[in-house]
Design a protein around this ligand. Structure first.
Ligand code: ZN
Length: 191
């Protein structure tokens, strides 16, 4: 088990565009080790996802998993998913405002608009192709991780900077209203 150091906002590597992998590169032991490290690092930090550039590797790989997550107790579960070279395509114009945080932006949350219905194509860690639809908060999680591969952070998408809070102040002043709204949303659209 290898937990890697997570880069924080301000590190220029988080602002780079990561490159696609070939199937040969994906099969290499070093790449498979990186995927294991991402999973270990995501678990250790209680993240809902992590992307390779967050540990300083500029390749298009991210891991996503939501179980009983203390950072995001309202998120629908997502089984462990490794996405390589993901491509996201919105299916329509429906948007939802989601309060997000990020392992690379310590102690900060803010509201961003995300597509509710997206088609995502990716390779898994074995190079098998996936072409699936993701909805709701799960779609938002995929969009957040794919943004990292293009050098974007959720901060860039915060349309009203007055929504920025520390985690403590979110709990204190904003959590209840957000949970109420997002629970209704999750029940309506599913995940
Ligand atoms: Zn993030």
């Amino acid at each position: 088990m290898t937990v890697r150091e997570i880069l924080h906002v301000g590190n220029p590597l988080l602002r780079e565009r990561s490159r696609e992998l070939t199937l040969d590169e994906l099969a290499r032991p070093a790449t498979q080790q990186l995927i294991d490290d991402l999973i270990d690092t995501m678990h250790a930090a209680n993240g809902a996802g992590i992307a390779a550039p967050q540990v300083g590797e500029l390749v298009r790989i991210a891991t996503i998993e939501v179980g009983d997550n203390p950072r995001y107790p309202y998120k629908p579960r997502i089984p462990l998913t490794v996405v390589v070279n993901p491509v996201i395509e919105p299916l329509d114009g429906e948007l939802v405002e989601i309060n997000e945080g990020c392992l690379s932006v310590p102690d900060m949350r803010g509201n961003v608009m995300r597509h509710v219905n997206v088609r995502v194509r990716w390779w898994d860690r074995d190079g098998a192709e996936h072409d699936e639809v993701r909805r709701g908060l799960t779609a938002g999680t995929f969009q957040h991780e794919c943004d990292h591969l293009d050098g974007l952070l959720f901060l860039d998408r915060v349309h009203d900077t007055r929504s920025l809070t520390t985690w403590e102040q979110f709990e204190r002043f904003h959590r209840a209203a957000f949970i109420e709204r997002i629970t209704e949303f999750v029940q309506r659209v599913g995940s």
